[in-house]
Design a binder for this molecule. Structure first.
Ligand code: SAM
Length: 219
């Protein structure tokens, strides 16, 4: 899979590249490129934003700046899914993550300040995605959330200490929440691990876990 990110804060993505799941697949299942709008802006003094037409507070990411960034990388608007990270988009969920993970390539476009000139979303992007009904200061955290959730679906992304098959929202749990997990010690300050998990009876454990998952998901 090939993923490109357009951002004003490329350094935000550095730590992710050093840790799983990205580190495990970079250079193999995943090719990741991060581009800074300021490197290709046609405006002087690395300007990327401007005041909103009609007045009001804040600055808006300019369309000529976003277009110049795409021209430099793709020679125009690419034939692939281009996702604007915006609080006004379709809300990200596991179904959408699975859908995006099956793409061969993705482009993530983020903004800061007051957001995008609407023509960027309308004419340069195929999708608008939100990570939830709240406002963040920039698209980097939303892009990181989308990136992590998609990349962990790639082969080899997860270590043996993590299962990508049975977890909250997975088909294995009918889209529900995962059952509670415990580890050693079996008792701590009088707080005990459920007896069934220490029984060694795999059928009972499996049925207890399914029931717990159902109960949690029904809340
Ligand atoms: C402060 S926000 C702009 C909000 C915009 N003025 C509005 O009211 O809809 C700046 C940028 O952060 C990103 N952003 C903020 N919250 C987000 C969310 N919940 N999901 C996705 N992106 C978000 C977007 O890239 C957005 O353009």
């Amino acid at each position: 899979m090939q993923i490109d990110i357009f951002t004003l804060v490329p350094s935000a993505f550095e730590w992710m590249c050093e840790r799983r799941p990205l580190a495990a697949v970079l250079g193999g299942e995943l090719e990741l490129r991060v581009f800074n709008y300021r490197e290709t802006t046609p405006l002087s003094a690395r300007q990327v934003d401007d005041e909103p037409y009609g007045g009001g507070a804040g600055m808006v990411l300019r369309i000529d700046v976003a277009a110049a960034a795409f021209d430099a990388v793709y020679g125009g608007i690419p034939e692939r899914r281009v996702i604007a990270l915006t609080p006004q988009g379709r809300q990200l969920n596991q179904t959408l993550v699975e859908e995006l993970a099956s793409e061969e390539s993705l482009t993530l476009v983020s903004s800061r300040f007051e957001g995008f000139d609407e023509r960027i979303v309308e004419h340069m992007c195929t999708d608008a995605i939100s990570i939830g009904p709240y406002i963040l200061s920039g698209g980097e955290i939303p892009a990181m959330a989308l990136l992590d959730s998609v990349v962990r679906r790639l082969p080899g992304a997860l270590g043996s200490e993590e299962s990508g098959l049975i977890e909250s929202f997975s088909e294995e749990l009918d889209g529900g929440l995962e059952y509670p997990q415990y580890t050693r010690p079996a008792e701590f300050r009088g707080w005990k691990v459920p007896e069934v998990l220490l029984s060694g009876n795999h059928a009972r454990i499996e049925s207890w876990r399914r029931e717990q998952s159902r109960l949690r998901s029904a809340k």
